[in-house]
Design a protein around this ligand. Structure first.
Ligand code: PMT
Length: 219
């Protein structure tokens, strides 16, 4: 089917930002709006895929016809993906995952009695890295949100996490990346020339990214 090149493929997309609790009224979060991941999920569905969207915190509504699972913390995100990983053909991690969580989450609102307050953070699991280790035939796509030395850091993430493709975006540029409607990315793949996609809508980026995935899956 020419219009539906992803027909019969199961694809799981993550989107949005995670939130890590500090106490009942406070959390550690990030600026991800979910726009990038939701755009990928919607374009993949148009291309015929059977899409599961696992979203962290995002104000966007569930896309019509796409199974959408909402999570908050990195651990919840990890569990939601791991449970569904075996049946996936493609996994795309556009979510902005907190690298750390608060070690001792307070049961009650923390009082401002002291002049300084120290929070101890512990590392969250690196979800993509774990999936890179256990993947069978899954095509694994990661994102890299960088503010400096983008290409070098991205190349390292591609290799360390055993990915098929890594999407690099420069999040120090407010016109692209977090929360904006547009993005500008470089696609890195092992032993392949990088592909640069200049600033355009996240919808357009999503479509071009999926076209690269489709052509790789044909090989
Ligand atoms: O949501 P928007 O407002 O549209 O913004 C889009 C975006 C900027 C969030 C998106 O394009 C993006 O770059 N997402 C990845 C953000 C991120 O967490 O990057 P990272 O370089 O810290 O992580 C690298 C990769 O590992 C990512 O695919 C991430 O999902 C994954 N990761 C990170 C930490 C962790 N503990 N486990 C992971 O799997």
């Amino acid at each position: 089917d020419k219009d539906k090149p992803l027909k019969g493929k199961n694809i799981l997309v993550t989107a949005g930002g995670t939130q890590e609790r500090i106490d009942p009224v406070r959390f550690i979060g990030n600026d991800s709006s979910g726009k990038m991941g939701f755009a990928i999920a919607i374009e993949a569905q148009k291309l015929g895929a059977n899409v599961t969207l696992v979203s962290g915190v995002s104000k966007l509504p569930d896309p019509v016809g796409i199974t959408t699972i909402r999570v908050k913390t990195a651990i919840e995100l990890s569990e939601a993906i791991t449970r569904r990983f075996a049946e996936q053909n493609i996994l795309i991690m556009a979510a902005a995952v907190s690298d750390y969580r608060v070690q001792n989450v307070a049961d009650q609102k923390i009082k401002k009695d002291e002049d300084t307050l120290t929070l101890t953070l512990e590392k969250n699991p690196d979800i993509l890295k774990q999936l890179g280790k256990i993947k069978q035939n899954q095509y694994l796509v990661g994102f890299a949100a960088e503010t400096q030395n983008g290409l070098i850091n991205a190349q390292e993430k591609l290799e360390k996490k055993n990915l098929n493709l890594l999407v690099l975006n420069d999040v120090s540029n407010a016109a692209i990346g977090f929360n904006s409607n547009e993005n500008e990315v470089t696609l890195l793949r092992p032993q392949m020339e990088n592909i640069f996609i200049k600033q355009t809508s996240k919808k357009q980026i999503a479509g071009e990214l999926l076209n690269v995935v489709i052509s790789d899956l044909k090989k």
